[in-house]
Design a binder for this molecule. Structure first.
Ligand code: TXA
Ligand code: MG
Length: 350
């Protein structure tokens, strides 16, 4: 057990003394959880294999799932990769700092614990003042997965990190609620067309504007989980609350009808039901624990709240979560990807 120090940082009035101390913890091999614009990350010195190894222990993360290196300046990229493809230069120009992670051929400086033995490394520059300062004060790139116990929904506020990692890390920096709420988009730029391995905060539509032709890892669309994803992390059960999650997919009015019917049946069996609704449908439900995630027409609003709502349903001790599907456009693609994984691909079509 570690004695976890909890600190609060106001992004508009940053305490540099604390940030320097946090950077020093990272530098000497410790673990610091910190906010980014996507989700909270669990950081360690990205050039120190033993430190990166501690991340896997703290999270209970499978050792074959590589980590993302976070940098505070594009200049730091050259030391971590063998070369920067033209496609990457254009994407970086447009989307860094931001929720985009690029997979490139790694340099010899990157320890194999970080890449789980792969020849490639994932790098991103976060768009969050606290994250950037932490990297600067650490003076090294920071290896960081999401700061949750492996398999749980990613943390979007510091309380989620505390629930999962108290006693397992040296410091947790509370910088308030994150803005995006789902993780970065992971793009393999070692090939053409560039290939999206994990949908996230930058949408396919946005990437297409810059990169033109973009392919999507076929394993993402593979509901049966038969093909092997190229992003190792995508093959694990993930984002799972304690409650069972069932997605209801189809035209929205029929989805709501089906959810109402299932809620009656499940409650009849003595089970407590949570309904992951939307602004457009919330008033249709009169039973169950109804939580509207956001606006169907603006799926980014749903992304922002999805993980915290999954955790909220657990706090309210529901047995089953009935989740409305959303259209897979814009941020809807990332939302459905996370929802499908949290449901273990349990989908009822109506
Ligand atoms: O927004 C984010 O990306 C957050 C914040 C903290 O930056 N981080 C995050 O890390 O989501 P993590 O570890 O939960 O997810 C990293 C994903 C995994 O799916 C992993 O398999 C993939 O990136 N990945 C990492 N290195 C890779 C590589 N060399 N090739 C393919 N996929 C890689
Ligand atoms: Mg994660």
């Amino acid at each position: 057990m570690l004695d976890t120090e909890l600190v609060k940082i106001d992004v508009n009035n940053i305490d540099h003394g604390i940030m320097k101390r946090a950077g020093a913890i990272i530098r000497r091999g410790g673990l610091v959880a910190f906010p980014t614009e996507t989700v909270y990350g669990l950081g360690a010195n990205g050039l120190d294999g033993a430190a990166a190894g501690r991340i896997f222990e703290a999270k209970g993360r499978p050792s074959d799932n590589p980590l993302i290196l976070h940098i505070s300046d594009v200049k730091e990229l050259d030391k971590l990769v063998r070369s920067v493809p033209d496609s990457a230069v254009r994407l970086i120009d447009r989307f860094w700092p931001g929720p985009m992670t690029l997979v490139m051929d790694k340099s010899s400086r990157v320890p194999e614990e970080v890449t789980a033995g792969l020849d490639t490394v994932a790098v991103r520059m976060p768009d969050h003042e606290i994250a950037i300062l932490l990297i600067r004060y650490a003076g090294v790139p920071i290896a960081a997965p999401s700061a949750n116990i492996s398999g749980k929904p990613s943390p979007t506020v510091a309380e989620h990190v505390m629930d999962d990692l108290m006693g397992r890390v040296d410091m947790i920096i509370d910088g308030g609620r994150v803005s995006i709420g789902v993780e970065s988009t992971v793009i393999d730029v070692t090939c053409l067309p560039v290939t999206v391995l994990r949908p996230g905060g930058i949408t396919l539509e946005q990437i297409r504007e810059v990169a033109g032709d973009v392919s999507v890892d076929p394993a993402l669309a593979d509901i049966d989980g038969i093909s092997v994803p190229r992003s190792p992390g995508m093959k694990y059960t993930h984002y799972s609350p304690e409650a069972q999650v069932i997605i209801i997919d189809g035209k929205v009015d029929r989805v709501a009808e089906k959810i109402k019917q299932m809620t009656r049946e499940l409650e009849g069996q003595g089970r407590k039901v949570g309904i992951l609704a939307t602004e457009q449908t919330r008033q249709l439900y009169s039973r169950g624990v109804v939580i509207p995630a956001g606006d169907r027409e603006a799926p980014g609003t749903i992304a922002a709240r999805l993980f915290s709502i999954l955790r909220e349903f657990d706090k309210r001790k529901v047995d089953v979560i009935l989740a409305e599907s959303v259209e897979e456009k814009d941020m809807g693609l990332a939302v459905m990807n996370r929802l499908l994984k949290s449901a273990g691909y349990n989908v009822i079509k109506v």
